[in-house]
Design a protein around this ligand. Sequence first.
Ligand code: G3H
Length: 544
Amino acid sequence: MSVTTESLTQLFPPDEAAIPEAWRRPTPLHQRQYLLDGELREWNGPTQEVLSPIQLRQPDGTLQPVVIGSYPLLDEAESLKALDAAVRAYDHGRGEWPTMSVAARIAAVEKFTRLIVAQKKEIVQLLLWEIGKSAADSEKEFDRTVDYIRNTIDALKDLDRDSSRFTIEEGIIGQIRRSPLGVVLCMGPFNYPLNETFCMLIPALIMGNTVLFKPPKHGALLHFPLLQAFTEAFPKGVVNTVYGRGNTIVPALMSSGKIDVLGLIGSSRVADSLKKLHPKSNRLRAILGLDAKNVAIVMPDADLDVAVKESVLGALSFNGQRCTALKLFFVHETIAEEFVQRLGDEINKLKPGMPWDEKVNITPLPEPQKPGYLAECLADAQAKGARIMNEGGGTAAGPLVYPALVYPVQEGMKMWREEQFGPIVPVASFSHVDEAIQYIIDSDHGQQVSIFGSKSQEVAHLVDQLVNQVSRVNINAQCQRGPDTFPFTGRKDSAEGTLSVNDALRSFSIRTVVATKQTEANKQILNEIVDGQESSFLSTRFIL
Ligand code: G3H
């Protein structure tokens, strides 16, 4: 069946009855509450209406946006109150939470996990309706997040066990542990609104920091069911939410100088401007996951079955809306035509539809301006000599955009350097692999790369050239963040700091040492403290 605007329009439901019961639109959630200083406060000010990317098809063939709720747009004054609550709860590191034993903090996070698992259905449904993620992937995002939390707890137990001993060096006795940093401002992205937010928020919390948490613009409502869980699991002021427009509320938070850690998965432009607002930038730690334009290099001897399969996954999972997505392909000129042909065939096997459709691959995009931007990119490339190589590529019906395979892409086209973050697959050809390497060297980004090839010497050469350009080189595999125990970071404008189950615990804490000279008197003091369990820090207790 050929893809047309009409055929894509037909994929939208005409009414609620056409949606499988399990995935029907949730009752509109007009959220007026936000979490500040341990209580859910009511907001009477302006709100943001939330429209789903899933629209209803009208009898005249137009698509009608669906309102799924609204959330508070706090003002600067209210967000500063949330900041003050987090500052008070931290109390210069003397608050209940930062001084609590690791075991007790773990117990609180375990309680929180139990509470959110009970909310899975509602959260997954909101995830699907807010960002158009398929039902299977929305469930996967939830489960992956719960696994991440459980693995974080296990990793902290290990870390704590390793720290529960004294070290004696050069006549000095020391105990080395990790301590919290202070108040963390945590902002996640729309494409993984739950998972990537929690990959920062949970390590930040469990290490004893207090948190100000701003949900993303798309993917805000799904956090509402969690607010009560935060109040039940953590002491007051430890988690506070700020809802609203980033550019209205965040600058004041940063300029206050009271944010100690900026945890942001978003754009390098925003990260850069926020960091500059902190009056004492040396005091600010930043853990950032930012832009990326990951490249795939396809060598002449590549196994094209593998390369094509991984390329489809890498470029188009969740419609290409992943920071790790493959966003430009360099293919050797001798196989470029064949690669493009086969890739186009595979792309056209992807199933567009609604997120609840069985085995759906391409779903409506949540950013209202995205289809227009993608059309601009396509028109620009076509005007400069590229062609859309798959039938129907780039056809759109409202927010649903059919993937476009574009070839040959060259310098000077928008999609050569811009991060499309959507269903466009640009392919360029090369005669010498140095052209691809030079592209990566000149890039502002440095997250990951994929190499497809079968000659070990050539793969080895590329690996050695590329490991100092990016932070992960994938051989005959797409780029991806997982497994979550692997370090996830990037160079240049792609990241700052490292996230992974283990690394995040380190990123959101600082090593702290208590030391004394090895005299009899000092040994006696240490023994008394430890035997009497008089200190949370100085302790040899083991968490089992
Ligand atoms: O958007 C960026 C995500 O971290 C990508 O994660 O590779 O698991 O899809 P993923």
